[in-house]
Design a binder for this molecule. Structure first.
Ligand code: ADP
Length: 503
């Protein structure tokens, strides 16, 4: 099993919000107003407890993860219903559809002893309905269910869980690349690429051997239902405001992220960024395992900037920074997280070095598109919050016209004003939140509004001069205009390539 392309609708917390299944009735919704956090009731994931052949399961949400979970359960012999409010949702063969109703009909809970939540659905609402209509049922998320099944079928597999506000996909992919360079065959996915349930189904159907390790990107939504899956390495890369449309406070969001440590065993490794404002909060929630800090004099260190920059691990392993092809200090940190995980799983330093050298990053993260009339165009569509825009552009090597806006997530936008003041050339505000972005440029740089991506590209290209860049780095989700950030970035790149050679 390998990582799949990263532009499927299920591949990020950003994308997972687009799942079409939504709430049950307002009365049940208000009965459980706050999302699950670290204090949520523990979910059952004891492998011996899993007797799927006899269970009746209700899967909520017919996105990629929900469909995969439903198919996996059918394969194991369960009777499965799949609910989605979208009447046109695709339902796999052998699964009973429960489609179209705004609320899950009470009858769909008849005899249910297992409820499975997709990452994109708000769990508190469906749990309220489950408590009312099927209180005896176990509740899983697609990832926790799959981890439990994997462990029941294959025994304990070395497991790395990766979460954080930004950098998850990069660290997940890089960790997978380092393990592969060490000769292992890991499964790399989860929130990124292929859901674990789909990969497991494939394995069970084909009788292929179990992967050597699981490297799983976890969104906060997946962590809400994680349970106690045995974990060898668990990490929170950083916490900055995000998904405040889903969590009442940043504390709730951070506590959900800290659930990544729930199953860490005593010999396991917990990783945190020393410089992150939430590290003390998270540290108190590590529990078992050894904590190593990243970007810390006593932990894993970034040596430099300067000639001979290196990435140094505690214990003496050192890797030249120049070995890693992706730029930026944030990527130095990402590499340290991945290196620590790979070393913990036994990959030797020479293989780690080869893995670093071969890693050229994922698409839509400051991806160079084209140079035209001295202007360089970059697709940073994956920057879906303010912190990721800052990571990409603070310290960027040339003045830039920033194309930003989309579906707002509740971030404080003022740091972007400072960014524009320091190194911006102009701002092009797009999407639903254009009116919130436009005033950021007031008195700082020229600003325009654009009502389509085509107009945004045209206007940005006109505002940029030789030596400048045009960067799509929206600080917002993409669902106002696009299916996901991948489609947004691809559209931008296509339009940029179509610009005439001369201005
Ligand atoms: P995620 O999967 O968490 O969304 P990605 O690896 O896809 O993260 O990176 C998304 C964007 O986040 C990147 O384009 C970059 O701007 C920013 N980013 C990546 N790593 C970090 C980091 N360690 N700290 C802060 N920002 C980061």
């Amino acid at each position: 099993m390998t990582a799949a392309n990263n532009s499927s609708p299920s591949d990020s917390a950003d994308a997972s919000l687009s799942a079409s299944a939504v709430a049950v009735s307002p009365s049940t919704a208000s009965a459980a107003a706050s999302p699950a956090t670290a204090d949520s009731p523990t979910l059952s994931d004891t492998p011996s407890d899993l007797d799927f052949a006899r269970s009746t399961a209700l899967v909520i949400g017919a996105g990629a993860s929900g469909r995969a979970a439903a198919e996996l359960l059918v394969f194991l012999g369960a009777r499965v219903r799949l609910y989605d409010q979208n009447p046109g949702a695709t339902v796999p063969e052998g699964v009973e559809p429960v489609l179209g109703a705004a609320d899950v009909p009470a009858g769909a809970f008849a005899g249910v002893d297992l409820m499975v939540l997709s990452p994109g659905v708000p769990p508190e609402r469906f749990r309220a309905a489950q408590q009312q209509f099927a209180p005896q049922a176990r509740v899983h998320g697609e990832m926790s269910l799959s981890l439990a099944i994997a462990s029941a079928r294959f025994g304990r597999l070395p497991t790395v869980l990766i979460t954080g506000t930004n950098g998850k996909s990069t660290v997940t992919a890089l960790t997978g690349a380092l393990l592969a360079a060490g000769g292992l065959k890991p499964f790399v996915g989860g929130n990124l690429g292929v859901p674990l349930a789909a990969a497991l189904l494939d394995l069970l159907r084909t009788g292929a051997p179990a992967p050597d390790a699981l490297v799983l990107e976890c969104s906060s939504f997946q962590l809400e239902t994680l349970g106690h899956a045995a974990t060898d390495v668990a990490m929170v890369l950083n916490i900055t405001p995000d998904h405040l449309d889903r969590y009442p406070t940043l504390d709730d969001y951070a506590a959900t992220k800290a659930r990544v440590f729930t199953g860490l065993h005593t010999g396991g490794l917990a990783l945190l960024d020393a410089g992150d404002g939430w590290t003390a909060f998270l540290r108190a929630r590590v529990g078992a395992g050894r904590l190593v800090l990243v970007d810390d004099p006593d932990g894993a260190r970034i040596v430099g900037p300067g000639p001979g920059d290196s990435l140094d691990l505690p214990g003496g392993d050192s890797f030249p920074r120049a070995a890693l092809p992706i730029p930026g200090r944030h990527n130095s940190k990402n590499a340290l997280f991945a290196l620590l995980a790979a070393r913990h799983l036994g990959v030797d330093p020479a293989a780690c070095l080869r893995g670093l050298e071969g890693f050229h990053g994922l698409p839509h993260r400051m991806t160079f598109v084209r140079e035209r009339a001295g202007v360089r165009f970059y697709d940073d569509s994956k920057a879906t919050n303010v912190a990721s825009v800052l990571a990409s552009l603070d310290g960027f090597d040339r003045p830039f016209v920033l194309i930003a806006g989309g579906r707002a997530k509740g971030d404080d936008l003022t740091p972007l004003r400072e960014l524009l003041r320091r190194s911006g050339r102009a701002l092009v505000a797009i999407g639903e939140s254009a009116d919130s972005f436009y005033p950021l440029a007031d008195g700082v740089v020229p600003a325009r509004r654009a009502s389509t991506m085509a107009e945004a590209v045209e206007v940005a290209a006109a505002l940029a001069g030789p030596g400048d860049a045009v960067v799509l780095s929206p600080a917002c989700a993409s669902y106002d205009w696009f299916k996901n950030y991948g489609e947004r970035g691809d559209t931008f790149a296509r339009l940029v390539r179509a610009l005439p050679a001369e201005k």
